[in-house]
Design a protein around this ligand. Structure first.
Ligand code: G1P
Length: 298
């Protein structure tokens, strides 16, 4: 049991988004819409629902549209109010951030995820904190981070989101070396970043949600270069495990979409559109007709 609260979340959003070129030449990946909401909005909502009050973005050059998205829009609000458009006012409501709730830190050099998180160290101080990678979108009844906060309150230590993946995907993830299991929580004895499938300690991959102790920040300060020549968050968490900090993989309930890939983004778009009352019928009928056309063409 821990009485420590997770109030702060780090959103590493400095990546170039090259997989979505040419769109990301002009628009940050995190602002691309999943149905009608930018990817980043899903991450913010999830953090809020888990009790996060301080949102720390680690950004880079070319991300001003992301920062602007969270600005107030008094002219738009005035015009929507004057027209009685309460539904649209409700739609923009989640993008309103309380004054001072959001901070932007620059990552001057693309040195890896671990380095991006380390850039937020002064704002984190010595509190536990969450890290959310907005590329990983998770549809679930109880938001993934909130499931992890529940687990953290029971166990303390570090918690990462975990999911079994097929062998072909192992080398794209951090992978858990399991020690024991308690329900959905897998205690770890180690963690490896992007191993070859044949060397991997398990098929339990890390998904982009973390609750970490400030000791992980201290480990990152060593600037150890790991897989891919980058400073890896995984390595700093593995250091914590070696130092005796209890660390768990939380096999969350929910469906994860890898919106860092084109296929994953499209899958999420279809799933989220079909989950919407205002789109299900028309979009569903369209998908059925598309399937019939493609089957007829085979
Ligand atoms: C990052 C982490 C990796 C994790 C993945 C989850 O990798 O380094 O451990 O499994 O996110 O999405 P990236 O996808 O940024 O290369």
């Amino acid at each position: 049991m821990t009485s420590q609260k997770v109030r702060k979340a780090v959103f590493p959003v400095a990546g170039l988004g090259t997989r979505f070129l040419p769109a990301t030449k002009a628009v940050p990946k995190e602002v691309l819409p999943l149905v009608d909401r930018p990817l980043i909005q899903y991450a913010i909502d999830e953090a809020r629902e888990a009790g996060v009050t301080d949102f720390i973005f680690v950004t880079a050059k070319g991300k001003s549209a992301l920062e602007n998205y969270f600005d107030g829009a008094p002219d738009l609000v005035r015009s929507l109010k004057a027209k009685g458009k309460t539904d649209l006012l409700a739609a923009i409501e989640p993008s309103n951030m309380a004054s001072g709730a959001i901070s932007y830190i620059r990552q001057q050099e693309a040195l890896g995820l671990g380095h991006a998180v380390w850039c937020a160290r002064r704002l984190i101080g010595d509190e536990p904190f969450a890290v959310i990678l907005p590329d990983d979108v998770i549809a679930s009844d109880q938001p993934c981070l909130s499931q992890m906060v529940d687990a953290f309150e029971q166990t303390g230590g570090n918690i990462v989101a975990a999911m079994s993946v097929p062998e072909s995907q192992i080398s794209s993830h951090g992978v858990i070396d399991p020690k024991g299991r308690n329900g959905r929580l897998v205690e770890m004895k180690g963690m490896v970043e992007k191993p070859d499938a044949q060397d991997a300690p398990s098929n339990l991959a890390v998904i982009g949600r973390y609750i970490l102790n400030s000791s992980v920040m201290a480990n990152l300060a060593a600037m150890k270069v790991g897989a891919g020549g980058e400073i890896q968050l995984t390595d700093a968490i593995a250091d914590d495990i070696r130092h005796g900090v209890a660390t768990y993989g939380c096999q969350f309930e929910g469906q994860r979409y890898d919106c860092g890939s084109k296929a994953g983004f499209l899958q999420a778009t279809v799933a989220f559109a079909l989950a919407r009352d205002d789109l299900r019928q028309e979009f569903g009928d369209f998908l059925v007709s598309m399937m019939a056309i493609s089957e007829a063409a085979e």
